[in-house]
Design a protein around this ligand. Structure first.
Ligand code: ZN
Ligand code: ZN
Length: 362
């Protein structure tokens, strides 16, 4: 089956080498399997596409013959130069300058940290939803939430070691914290250095494991958190609580917790970015003659001056009565649309006045 490598990278057929490289980095980020939005198949496709399009000769061959030219061993990422990668005998080097932060991605993927220190096991990120009233979202609020997740064991503080136990050098890795391991990857067999599974990369181990967590360092429990929702959050936006996600066990680092905000609609107000919109029905005599009316805002009633001869549907701006900016500086505006309040019932007297008006050809 023929693959459209240009489409996979999302570039034109006429794309420059630089554009292809950029597109590759972006797509590799996007589909990286460690990410929430990640997709392993797409990640592989993107790598395959770059393996061809990132190489002048291969690209020319592909342009001429299509992907079929590479299907019978023609494209073998484990055997030759592969775009930005450089395969030596038994080794695997990444040109970090060329790859930018992609080195981190690949390093993360294969467990060798891209030469930037060993990779620590990281817990899953969690996400939960929180419901807010319209005004709570506008002005901010405090909420207590409870999350049921793996947390660091209280007794050993996540280390897995009995607090009274003697600490010894790990015999599996001889204190290095890492061991060699042959890994099968989509790029062929790669010898990688991985975190020692016995000491979780610490190089030392307690003689006695923590009895509360059996040495895992973690406990599944419900934890309560008080969270401060800042003023101005909008429906669908999320708050990140660093380190409040899943704890992966001894030697690891907790993931993050994302609180996604769901804002209830309000019967009076509609939010539009940082502005608040509402409609007020006011006596049509005021619209004709001018005057003052009370308008409900999120800060309570505000007096609005209506100029004489205001048309139905006129919009008036109440400056600074909208939603606060998340930065903490300033607020949007409140826009009020005025409509005439047409009386359903009229007294005899009122009817008479209106009839007189009508006879005067208003
Ligand atoms: Zn413990
Ligand atoms: Zn070890």
């Amino acid at each position: 089956m023929s693959k459209d490598y240009y489409k996979i990278l999302g570039v034109e057929k006429s794309a420059s080498e630089e554009e292809i490289k950029k597109a590759f980095r972006r797509k590799a980020h996007e589909h990286h399997p460690d990410k929430k939005s990640g997709n392993e198949q797409l990640f592989k496709d993107v790598n395959e596409a770059y393996g061809i399009l990132g190489d002048k000769e291969r690209r020319a061959k592909y342009d001429q013959f299509g992907s079929a030219a590479f299907e019978n061993g023609g494209f073998n990422p484990g055997a030759g130069g592969f775009g930005g990668f450089d395969f030596n005998q038994g080794g695997f080097n990444i040109n970090m300058d060329d790859m930018g932060d992609l080195g981190d991605i690949l390093g993360g993927m294969f467990g060798f940290g891209g030469g930037r220190g060993s990779r620590q096991k990281r817990g899953r990120d969690l996400e939960m939803e929180i419901n807010l009233e319209f005004k709570e979202a506008v002005f901010g609020t405090e909420k207590e939430i409870s999350v049921y997740t793996n947390s660091a064991c209280e007794k050993c503080q996540g280390s897995g070691a009995d607090p009274s136990s003697e600490i010894k050098t790990c015999s599996t890795c001889n204190g290095a914290g890492r061991i060699q391991k042959a890994q099968q990857t989509m790029l062929g067999t790669i010898n990688t250095v991985v975190t020692c599974p016995d000491c979780h990369g610490q190089g030392k181990k307690a003689e006695k494991s923590c009895s509360d967590c059996n040495g895992t360092g973690m406990q599944k429990k419900e934890k309560k958190l008080k969270i401060k929702i800042p003023a101005g959050m909008n429906n669908g936006e999320a708050l990140k609580l660093t380190g409040e996600g899943d704890y992966p066990g001894a030697g690891g680092k907790a993931g993050d917790l994302y609180i996604r905000v769901k804002v209830k609609s309000d019967s009076n107000f509609i939010r539009q970015d940082h502005n608040i919109i509402s409609t007020s029905y006011i006596p049509f005599s005021i619209m004709a003659l001018g005057g003052k009316v009370d308008v409900e805002t999120v800060d309570g009633p505000v007096v609005l001056k209506i100029p004489s001869g205001s048309e139905s549907g006129s919009v008036f701006k109440l400056k600074g009565k909208g939603v606060p900016y998340l930065s903490g500086y300033g607020r949007g505006d409140h826009l009020v649309t005025v409509l005439p309040d047409v009386p359903k019932k009229l007294s005899r007297e009122q009817k008479k006045i209106l009839e007189d008006l009508q006879n005067n050809e208003l």
